[in-house]
Design a protein around this ligand. Structure first.
Ligand code: ZN
Length: 255
């Protein structure tokens, strides 16, 4: 009974954060503000009413169409809202009502935003990366989790490793090897996961990326956004990082 009393508010809060995340995802890549103007239908300009804007429920009640012109509303909106709610509930189940849960929930929300904007527009907005780094450092001041020193070291390290990789890659390939968004993103990831977590994220991101990325790139001759794989790598590191590091140190290095 006690658990449900925490899960419910976490889910409701998560769904509301997800609704705000949708606004960020659609406006930040174009340089728009999330505070003004109020949301409207992209086709007919119909101002979306407060009850139409209720997360998930509004979309279902409207049957995925604008109430004025009937333009289809993407299922991505309720999907992001539900995914964010899931993340916030999962964080509370894992860590209880704590700073740690809040930190993990915010981290996953940022990753979700980055993966979505990168997939849709090939842009990773600075608000998620530079803004996210600031949030990561601030949350490191709270009790539990990383210390501020680890968070700072992680931010510098994550940014630095990807910056150097991009520089070397650019000399070698004679064209840009990596986007600036990916580099700034790793600064944010480092501020949440520390230096060791950054290495694991880059390793997992490159591993998953090369399995998925190379075959698709070869077939379509299109660049596949790398930020998505870094986001998956970072999420996997947050959840399984300590287990992976322990497995390595006992089985590979025999410690
Ligand atoms: Zn409309």
């Amino acid at each position: 009974m006690f658990e449900i009393a925490i899960w419910m508010p976490a889910g409701i809060f998560g769904v509301a954060i997800g609704s705000f995340l949708n606004v960020c995802i659609s406006r930040w890549p174009e340089g728009g503000s999330v505070f003004a103007p109020r949301s409207s239908c992209p086709k007919c300009g119909h101002r979306i009413l407060w009850y139409e804007n209720i997360p998930v429920v509004g979309w279902i009640a409207l049957r995925a169409r604008c109430s004025h012109c009937g333009e289809r509303i993407s299922p991505l909106y309720p999907a992001i809202e539900l995914a964010t709610a899931f993340v916030w509930i999962a964080a509370v189940i894992r860590y209880g009502a704590s700073w740690q849960a809040l930190t993990v929930a915010i981290f996953f929300t940022l990753l979700l935003g980055i993966a979505t904007t990168d997939a849709r527009t090939y842009i990773i907005p600075d608000e998620f990366t530079l803004g996210g780094t600031g949030i990561g450092l601030l949350l490191a001041l709270a009790p539990g989790g990383l210390s501020i020193v680890q968070a700072l070291a992680g931010a510098v390290f994550g940014f630095g490793v990807l910056y150097l990789t991009a520089e070397v890659g650019e000399r070698w390939l004679e064209k840009p090897a990596m986007g600036g968004g990916d580099i700034k993103m790793m600064g944010m990831v480092g501020s949440f996961l520390g230096p060791l977590g950054s290495i694991l994220t880059i390793f997992l991101g490159a591993l998953i990326g090369s399995i998925v990325f190379v075959p698709i790139s070869l077939r379509t001759h299109k660049l596949v956004p790398f930020g998505i794989f870094l986001a998956i790598g970072a999420a996997a590191t947050e959840v399984w990082g300590p287990a992976i590091v322990e497995w390595y140190t006992t089985n590979i290095f025999g410690l």
